[in-house]
Design a protein around this ligand. Structure first.
Ligand code: NAP
Length: 280
């Protein structure tokens, strides 16, 4: 499916953000940068950080007493609390849910079924799985909607999520476990690659500081090249591999039995299984 282009967020109604931590805070920054009027934002957050508190001076409402005004007004409620907080944090949100309210949850492992059980009957729900590059607006999020989500609400969810990076949609919620294992947990695999390359450089005789810098910049630069290039990863790899050369010698090891492909297949299968076990 096509990657959504960033959309300006000027025209949507009011928005309730529940949990303004790392992910919620990143989304909030993205929304405001895209022109969402701070006056339309309501934040529910027990321990707001300084920048969140400062937003009240720009018109954001922080920790209001739930009431009929919020209920009538909320176009979307975005849930960005930790999954373990959900049994406490989600039920009171029913007060904000009106006939046209969209609930967008980014909680890992909290299923549409859980949200449907916890929110008023008939609530339109989108469950989404972002990843940490969201904090610099370069995340990738996969979203899935329940049957109550209208076309307009789906667009709204896409617009809200595109504030932290690219968005893909799937129809089958069961795929979210594999998505979690690939892109949700994926940044950790890439950071591990940088760590392992640095260690291998030290083992090959480089000073530690130099090996660490070379590994970091190689991973970051290659990621950026992949991001900007129209070529796929395999072609970019082939383009730096001369037959019989140094890269080919390394790839023979990495692509051989027990190499990258085997390891990542096993790693992602383990993460998918764990995601299934944790889901609820
Ligand atoms: N970080 C990631 O890479 C990533 C990737 C995919 C999905 N997610 C999901 O994104 C969600 C947020 O993750 P995060 O890393 O942003 O966590 P976080 O930084 O801990 O943010 C969660 C925020 O919610 C607040 N909170 C707790 N109870 C609340 C309540 N009852 N009502 C309103 N707010 C409440 C927390 O406040 P206190 O600090 O006071 O508890 C905290 O500020 C999680 O569900 C996670 O599964 C994260």
């Amino acid at each position: 499916m096509a990657v959504r282009k960033p959309q300006p967020l000027k025209t949507i109604g009011s928005l309730v953000l529940v949990g303004a931590g790392k992910m919620g805070g990143a989304m909030l920054d993205g929304w405001i940068a895209r022109g969402l009027t701070p006056k339309r934002i309501v934040i529910v957050e027990p321990q707001p950080a300084k920048p969140i508190k400062a937003l009240t001076r720009r018109g954001v409402t922080l920790n209001p007493k739930p009431g009929p005004k919020a209920k009538a007004d909320a176009a979307a409620i975005v849930i960005a609390v930790k999954p373990q907080t959900a049994p406490d944090a989600v039920p009171p949100l029913g007060l904000y849910v009106g006939a046209s309210t969209l609930v967008l949850s980014i909680m890992a492992g909290r299923t549409i079924g859980f949200l449907e059980k916890t929110l008023p009957p008939g609530t339109a729900i989108v469950r989404a799985m972002p990843n940490t590059p969201a904090s610099i607006g370069r995340g990738i999020t996969v979203a899935v909607a329940n049957a109550k989500v209208s076309k307009r609400q789906r667009k709204l969810a896409g617009d809200l999520l595109s504030a932290i990076g690219s968005v893909e949609w799937v129809d089958d919620e069961a795929l979210i476990d594999a998505v979690t294992a690939l892109s949700g947990s994926g940044p950790a695999y890439v950071f591990l690659l940088a760590e392992a390359m640095a260690k291998a450089g030290i083992a090959a005789g480089l000073p530690a500081a130099l090996a660490t810098r070379l590994a970091r910049e190689t991973v970051a630069g290659s990621g950026e090249l992949l991001h900007r290039s129209a070529l796929d990863a395999a072609t970019l790899r082939q383009n730096v591999t001369s037959p019989g050369g140094t890269t080919a010698a390394a790839l023979e090891v990495l692509m051989g039995p027990g190499g990258f492909d085997d390891l990542l297949t096993k790693a992602i299968a383990a993460a998918t299984k764990r995601s299934r076990e944790l889901a609820g």
